[in-house]
Design a protein around this ligand. Structure first.
Ligand code: SAH
Length: 238
């Protein structure tokens, strides 16, 4: 895939100026030159070819040439609520979630969650989403939701969606069921390092969520989230 650059405004054919991190990447990392053809995406689904018309140290003027009609999104909505881990593990989770095509990643507050990302932290994570989209070819940015309480997240999921919570308890279903259940919006939930409390798990089941067992080993939060989302995103019918 040829190098891709992000435009923070929706793309249409005609003149466009790139500035900031994207202009820096083009000029000082990729050493692009006037006349070069590049690929732009706008994070809301558009991908266009463009030509560099002129450049100075901080900005690049392009001519946006034509839309390339490609869709690399999942065929249905995939929302994942997670008790976010901290630091580098948080960044890793956001990168992998973007690559897998997750529509929206939502920080969920549970009784055992560490502090969930605030607005500033979410803005920083947006840059991780953009970088992952540049690399993986995704044209729609993954959304990072505002932090919500568990009870609110449980009820926000449409009752018509598949709703799976990663949790090992008596009666948890096996992950195999996910392969067979296609074609609907899907909401997933992964708990904090300390796990869901019994009452939280009971509340989820009472509101129509199904517990799914991911096997006999205890996975880190981000591993569980990526493994579970991978089962949904990569199943044969999408
Ligand atoms: N301390 C907890 C484990 C927490 S792991 C305990 O001992 O049970 C963090 C989260 O990842 C869990 O809340 C769950 O949502 C998910 N998870 C990790 N391993 C899992 C597994 N084997 N099956 C189902 N969910 C798992």
């Amino acid at each position: 895939m040829s190098p891709r650059y992000f435009s923070s405004s929706p793309l249409k054919t005609g003149p466009l100026q790139l500035a900031g991190a994207e202009a820096h990447h083009l000029l000082h990392v990729m050493r692009a030159a006037v006349g070069d053809q590049i690929v732009l995406f706008d994070g809301v689904g558009g991908e266009f070819s463009a030509r560099i018309e002129s450049a100075n140290r901080k900005t690049v003027d392009c001519h946006v040439l034509a839309e390339r009609k490609v869709d690399r999104e999942l065929p249905h909505e995939l929302v994942v609520g997670v008790a976010f881990p901290k630091g580098e593990r948080r960044r890793w989770l956001v990168e992998k979630a973007t690559e897998l095509g997750i529509t929206r990643l939502v920080p969920v507050e549970t009784s055992r969650s560490a502090p969930q990302p605030n607005k500033t932290s979410r803005e920083r994570l947006r840059r991780t989403v953009i970088e992952a989209c540049k690399q993986c070819g995704r044209n729609r940015l993954m959304e990072i939701g505002s932090r919500v309480a568990l009870a609110e997240f449980l009820l926000a999921a449409p009752t018509t969606a598949h709703r799976w919570m990663a949790h090992r308890q008596d009666g948890s279903g096996s992950a195999g069921q996910i392969d067979a259940a296609t074609g609907l919006p899907t909401w997933l939930l992964v708990g904090p390092e300390g796990g869901f409390s019994d009452s939280e798990a009971a509340q989820a089941v009472a509101t129509g969520w199904a517990a799914v067992d991911l096997g006999p080993r205890i996975l880190r939060v981000e591993t569980a989230a990526v493994a579970l989302a991978g089962l949904v995103a990569l199943r044969p019918a999408g």
